[in-house]
Design a protein around this ligand. Structure first.
Ligand code: AMP
Ligand code: GLY
Length: 426
């Protein structure tokens, strides 16, 4: 098969690395890819959001299967566009991608089908939103309805913070169109966890558990980011919690989407709060988590590509995935300044030596490009995902940091405590 992966981050590097190893794949492309992905796939300079150009490329190269990494092209309808020209693609339709594209859509679906989530209301007028906040009191959570690159959520500990967040989104236009509508919801208390399942419209197959660290600095302090590291398995997700999540959240959602005439296919990524009443849904994402994907795929023993195709073809019921018992852990190396302003174009040295020859260490590239002399240049906020597998989370952590310490990149930084919650449980 000729396969195209869409995207250019660490998640897509892990997808390309995994798919390239499949005996079913004889030619792999990635658009736009990055300097690391170029070692697994032929990179084509087309942006992930440029559906027009992607469709033309797929036709020209007679691509058999497309795997869409990020949410933006999914929400924009890339899978539908490819379907119109008869090309199969992994990921939800635009209609089904509303599970990530509109928080209000997801909350309404949960309310209609009894899926546990925080009590909420939707607003398009600031005055009504503020009245609701005054009535409910703090703590309370204010969310932009649409995609806001992970920045549209304010967990307000005081009423004033919530009122300011309403003004910022609605009057200030901080999130553009995405913030024209707000969801305001009750504050949930508990430990956060993530849950991933492959879905084929009818059935869902849970993936290995994983957990990320969202804050920029050690001790889970500092600003929110896309994720500074991750590990798998995630001890917080016990078998009992996995079963509860499947029965109360994932399977009812799959059935609801089918009943609504927009069957969900692809990865369903549930952000959960483990409350004293059990797991509640915080939000859905319609794609693999990044960097969670990197640790999950490191542990995958089975061939990924047929599983993705089974999701597209509605054939997951007969499917089973095998995982290595070992733990995997990834450390994100980011450009100094991230998630605020940072420099691009700084030189990263010694990656080959840091990666070594071992199968148990893999450095995924999240934001790199090749320089004129073949050197690796930083080209984003999150730049590298230094990933290791070992018999325990602690050993995986040691192995990953040993590789991190060999990388010569003075303009980068990373957290030194990835996995600490899991280690406390171990
Ligand atoms: P989201 O983008 O919806 O995942 O929200 C970002 C972060 O805000 C989550 O990872 C949680 O830490 C926090 N959050 C969102 N909704 C709630 C809630 N209802 N109660 C408490 N924390 C929340
Ligand atoms: N690591 C969180 C995300 O992919 O949204």
């Amino acid at each position: 098969m000729k396969v195209l992966v869409v995207g250019g981050g660490g998640r897509e590097h892990a997808l390309c690395w995994t798919i390239a190893a499949s005996p079913l794949c004889h030619k792999l492309y990635c658009a736009p890819g990055n300097a690391g992905i170029a070692e697994e796939a032929e990179c084509v300079p087309i942006a992930a959001e440029d559906a027009e150009a992607l469709v033309a490329f797929v036709q020209k190269e007679a691509i058999d299967y497309v795997v869409v990494g990020p949410e933006a092209p999914l929400v924009l309808g890339l899978v539908d566009r490819l379907g119109e020209i008869g090309v199969k693609a992994f990921g939800p339709s635009a209609a089904a991608a509303q599970l990530e594209g509109s928080k209000g859509f997801t909350k309404d679906l949960c309310a209609k089908y009894g899926i546990p989530t925080a009590a909420y209301a939707r607003f398009t007028e600031a005055a009504a939103a503020k009245a609701y906040v005054r009535e409910e009191g703090a703590p309370i959570v204010v969310k932009a309805d649409g995609l806001a690159a992970g920045k549209g959520v304010t967990v307000a500990m005081t009423e004033d913070e919530a009122l300011a967040a309403i003004d910022e989104a609605m009057a200030g236009g901080a999130f553009g169109e995405a913030g024209a509508e707000l969801v305001i919801e009750a504050f949930l208390e508990g430990e956060e966890a993530s849950f991933f399942a492959l879905v084929d419209g009818e059935t869902a197959l849970p993936l290995a558990t994983a957990q990320d660290h969202k804050r920029a600095y050690d001790g889970d302090e500092g600003p929110n980011t896309g994720g500074m590291g991750a590990y798998s398995p995630a001890p917080v997700m016990t078998q009992d919690l996995i079963d509860q999540t499947m029965e109360r959240i994932i399977l009812p959602t799959v059935a609801a989407m089918k009943a609504e005439g927009m069957p969900y296919k692809g990865v369903l990524y549930a952000g959960l709060m483990i409350t004293d009443k059990g797991p509640e849904l915080i939000e859905y994402n319609v794609r693999f988590g990044d960097p969670e994907c990197q640790v999950v795929l490191m542990r995958l023993m089975s061939d990924l590509l047929p599983a993705l195709i089974a999701s597209t073809d509605g054939q997951l019921a007969s499917f089973d995935l095998r995982w290595y018992e070992e733990a995997a852990l990834t450390v994100v190396m980011a450009a100094k300044g991230y998630p605020g302003a940072y420099d691009k174009g700084t030189v990263i040295r010694n990656l080959d030596h840091a990666g070594g020859n071992s199968d148990d260490v893999k450095i995924f590239h999240a934001g790199t490009k090749l320089g004129a002399e073949g050197e690796i240049l930083a080209n984003g906020g999150r730049v590298l995902n230094v990933t290791a597998m070992a018999p325990s989370i602690r050993q995986a952590q040691e192995r990953a940091y040993a590789a991190v310490d060999k990388i010569d990149w003075p303009e980068g930084f990373c957290r030194r405590d990835i996995g600490w919650r899991a280690l406390e449980r171990e």
